[in-house]
Ligand binder design. Structure first.
Ligand SMILES: [Ca+2]
Length: 498
């Protein structure tokens, strides 16, 4: 009896010792780990002060770029929210996820995939999210496996909204102002800024940073602006003068493929005052100017809120120990070719902003090296010293952070589906367009989704003089050699993806 008691005591003692040792080991493992502030901005074009667009007021993002590496040639994997974000967060391309639509939740196609926040959480980080990180809505859901506690999104009821007089249209408190039951596409708001979703997101993120400051944390903050509708407080609206706003050329590229663009944006069409121009195909100048004005104002608001997050890190004394990644989920056509929104393989839609500021790397550098948003996951694994999961399809950009002229990839690839939805699988469409850039030429091949050997069209654009597609060179005989070279690069990449 006595012996048994002694043995039990010893057993308990050993369990205690083990758990103490376990805790210590974990503390040792995470000591010195860098925090990560991961900022996603919805529909943000790389048209920012630090990207050479001085007329867009983004002093806080510019300051971040002055302390980090700005990627001039970063590309999303599919120019629409959910597929792009799924790819960033899982480290898998849309083809590997088998998702190209907004509504399929990635756990239904790759149930066991370890996401970036989940990987960090498994390695001692506290992973949290505020705002739009995964694309939620439709049947899509937040991913509970990713986070240390449920993420906060903008469907959570807003607390502490200041009372605004009802019926006063200049003081709409909603981020989605309506007229005659229709949503307005842009709106200069005089309501208190604290009532706006993105301001609430920043507020909650600041509160969370205060709570997390002593832990290695992965704090994901997803801003909703400058996604449509372009609603911004008057103070940001007033940073721009209508007469300074340039409306882009409305010309289609010569010889553009019929599959290249969805001419009229269904995304914009649902807003008030748009559909009446559908037969013309183009919006009038004043409407175009207001949309661009609203977009810039929304960008400046988000810039201000990003400044608040970074100031918080400084005040908490953790800025020097925190990696900051800022990315947009894809580009946007802001009136170029007379078109609006994303949803294509063109340079303007696939190119996205990407800035990485990491302790220990010198800042203020711009890199022309190609990057994919898919590369964010492996980059953060390397920077955090947590090891790279085997499934990742991207490449770590750490060599580029060390030397901005270093190239980790020869091409960047995107894809976009077109055509009718398949009868036997309405989440897929009958045509897939694959597009690669080598940093100068963009080659796109449109092919049957079910019979990939059936090629429907090819496009080649030369971007050495700018990001606008001028002429489809794939139709000219003198470009045959370049088309063949780019097609081989595309085929090599596709073979590598399998
Ligand atoms: Ca988006």
């Amino acid at each position: 009896m006595k012996t048994q008691l002694a043995s039990t005591t010893l057993h308990i003692f050993l369990i205690c010792m083990c758990s103490v040792t376990g805790t210590k080991a974990q503390q040792t493992d995470t000591a010195g780990r860098k925090n990560i502030l991961f900022i996603a901005v919805d529909d943000l074009r790389p048209e920012l002060g630090c990207y050479g667009a001085g007329y867009v007021k983004t002093p806080n993002i510019d300051k971040l770029a002055s302390k980090g590496v700005l990627f001039e040639n970063a590309y999303c994997q599919q120019a629409i929210c959910a597929p792009s974000r799924n790819s960033v967060m899982t480290g898998l391309r849309p083809d590997a996820l088998n998702i190209y639509d907004l509504s399929t939740f990635f756990r239904t196609t790759v149930p066991d995939v370890v996401t970036l926040p989940q990987h960090l959480k498994n390695n001692g980080y506290i992973s949290e999210a505020v705002g739009k990180i995964y694309h939620e809505g439709h049947n899509n859901r937040d991913d509970i496996l990713s986070w240390s506690r449920p993420s906060w999104d903008y469907k959570t009821p807003l607390k502490n909204l200041k009372k605004v007089k009802r019926g006063d249209t200049t003081d709409l408190q909603s981020d989605f102002p309506k007229i005659n039951g229709e949503l307005l596409p842009f709106y200069k708001s005089n309501a208190p800024e604290t009532n706006m979703t993105d301001a609430v997101i920043a507020d909650i993120a600041v509160e969370r940073l205060h709570q997390l400051k002593d832990r290695p944390f992965f704090m994901a903050v997803g801003f909703k602006n400058p996604h449509l509708p372009f609603v911004a407080p008057a103070k940001y609206w007033n940073m721009y003068k209508p007469e300074d706003i340039r409306i882009p050329e409305r010309n289609d590229p010569d010889g553009v493929s019929r599959y290249a663009f969805a001419r009229w944006s269904g995304e914009l069409n649902k807003y008030h005052g748009i559909s009446q121009y559908k037969t013309e195909g183009y919006l009038p100048d004043d409407l175009s100017r207001n949309l661009i004005h609203g977009y810039y104002a929304a960008v400046s608001q988000v810039d201000d809120l990003i400044g608040q997050l970074i100031t918080t890190l400084e005040e908490l004394g953790v800025r020097d120990n925190t990696i900051i990644v800022l990315w947009g989920d894809h580009g946007w056509k802001l009136g170029e070719y007379g078109m609006w929104a994303k949803h294509s393989n063109c340079e303007l839609d696939t190119r996205a902003p990407l800035i990485i500021s990491a302790p220990g790397f010198s800042g203020g550098k711009k890199s022309e090296s190609l990057a994919e948003l898919l590369d964010i996951y492996p980059t953060l694994c390397e920077l955090s010293g947590t090891g790279l999961p085997d499934h990742l399809q991207g490449k770590s950009l750490v060599p580029v952070l060390k030397d901005p002229t270093f190239k980790v990839r020869e091409t960047a690839m995107s894809q976009y589906p077109r055509g009718k939805y398949l009868k036997d699988d309405p989440t897929k469409r009958e045509i897939m367009g694959y597009s690669i850039t080598d940093g100068r030429y963009r080659f796109t091949r449109w092919q049957s989704y079910k019979n990939p050997d059936r090629v429907l069209d090819r496009e080649l654009y030369d971007h050495h003089k700018g990001r606008i597609d001028l002429s489809n060179l794939a139709r000219l005989k003198e470009y045959d050699t370049i088309v063949r070279r780019m097609e081989k690069l595309l085929n090599d990449q596709l073979a590598h993806n399998r």
